[in-house]
Design a protein around this ligand. Structure first.
Ligand code: FAD
Length: 319
């Protein structure tokens, strides 16, 4: 019998699954897409490795990576205490995913969650129904809201009310000789961060540079308009060798900036039935940083903790 169902195969869900795996618990991860990773997604073009979402993280975050993954050699310090994975952040997703031997249901979306006796029921959009003793919801708030509508309507209502700041991630690859000798990296109100690297593994060779720029962008600008705006803003006249824009309409929670999110989160958690955990970037107490480095460590630790909580709950329920 399945003990735990983890819904969502982003970093948080994968970390929860890995902890369950290590503890020998019967679990299944359900992921709506054909790939794990959620907001962590990378592409390669002409030797440039570009992360659409999570790119940089702080060095202390590396300390929470399971030592058995042996990722130390695959991490690069790029500026201050900001690091990146040498060959894209998907390295981290792969390290977790490769170690999950438990059940996984890919390309299947959870539509609702209910209760039957002391078990949770999980309905998938294709009509399949599963059950579990405990649940870990590792999905953004608007999906969690839909799933919880029957089981915890008040929590669902609060989750559906989350509001976000959007971000455009612009990735540009250049030959160094095509750029001004001194790069202007001043930010203004529209530029959230700019991170550059010429590390081999990220660029074709040391004669090239990759820029990842985070723009606050609620406008409907096309990808081309966005790229033009960035290159003009910095005075980079040459055409980039590669250019890519990823739009994240729900990147940062707005209430995070004024601290009210913490209160809201604790109210939501109180409204959830015992045995249900809610984890992921939407439920983080900390405000986002403005340097483009976010909290991959927080995602991993909360996944681990949710797995432990599920175990405690299952033990107590058996007594
Ligand atoms: C533009 C951008 C840049 C970022 N940059 C950084 C960075 O530089 N450093 C950093 O540390 N962090 C960064 N982050 C944050 C980082 O991406 C997230 O913290 C992390 O990837 C979130 O992982 P998660 O597992 O909590 O959620 P997600 O990655 O959102 O995963 C949720 C998963 O649930 C799945 N799902 C959704 N609905 C269902 C359903 N109904 N049924 C089944 N599955 C479902 C989704 O497909 C997804 O795979 C960035 C985020 C964005 C948007």
């Amino acid at each position: 019998m399945r003990d735990v169902v983890v819904i969502g195969g982003g970093l948080s869900g994968l970390a929860a699954g890995y902890e369950l795996e290590k503890r020998g618990i019967a679990y299944t991860i359900i992921e709506v897409k054909r790939r794990f990773g959620g907001g962590i997604r990378s592409t390669t073009a002409r030797g440039f490795v570009m992360d659409a979402g999570a790119f940089a993280f702080r060095l202390p975050a590396a300390k929470v990576l399971p030592p058995e993954f042996e990722l130390d050699q695959r991490i690069l310090l790029i500026s201050g205490d900001a690091c990146v994975f040498r060959h894209s952040t998907e390295t981290l997703v792969g390290a977790f995913a490769d170690r999950l031997q438990g059940g996984r249901l890919m390309r299947m979306a959870v539509s609702s969650i209910g209760r039957l006796g002391n078990r949770f029921t999980i309905c998938l959009e294709n009509g399949i129904m599963l059950d579990a003793g405990a649940l870990i919801l590792a999905v953004p708030a608007r999906y969690a809201a839909r799933m919880l509508w029957n089981l915890a309507p008040e929590a669902a209502e609060r989750l559906a009310a989350f509001r976000y700041d959007s971000i455009r991630r612009v990735s540009l690859g250049y030959r160094k000789r095509d750029l001004p000798a001194r790069l202007d990296s001043d930010r203004d109100s529209t530029i959230r961060f700019i991170i550059t690297t010429d590390e081999p593994g990220r660029v074709p060779d040391r004669d090239h540079l990759l820029m990842q720029v985070g723009l606050r962008a609620s406008s409907n600008a096309t990808a081309k308009e966005t790229i033009d705006a960035v290159t003009q803003r910095f005075g980079w006249r040459a055409a980039p060798l590669v250019a890519r824009v990823d739009f994240w309409p729900e990147a940062d929670l707005l209430p995070n900036h004024d601290g009210s999110h913490r209160k809201d989160l604790s109210a939501i958690r109180d409204l959830l039935p015992a045995g249900v955990s809610l984890i992921g970037s939407d439920y983080c107490n900390e405000a986002p940083t403005d340097r483009g480095v976010a909290r991959l460590d927080e995602r991993i630790l909360s996944g681990k903790q949710a797995a432990r909580d599920a175990l405690e709950y299952l033990k107590a329920a058996k007594k």
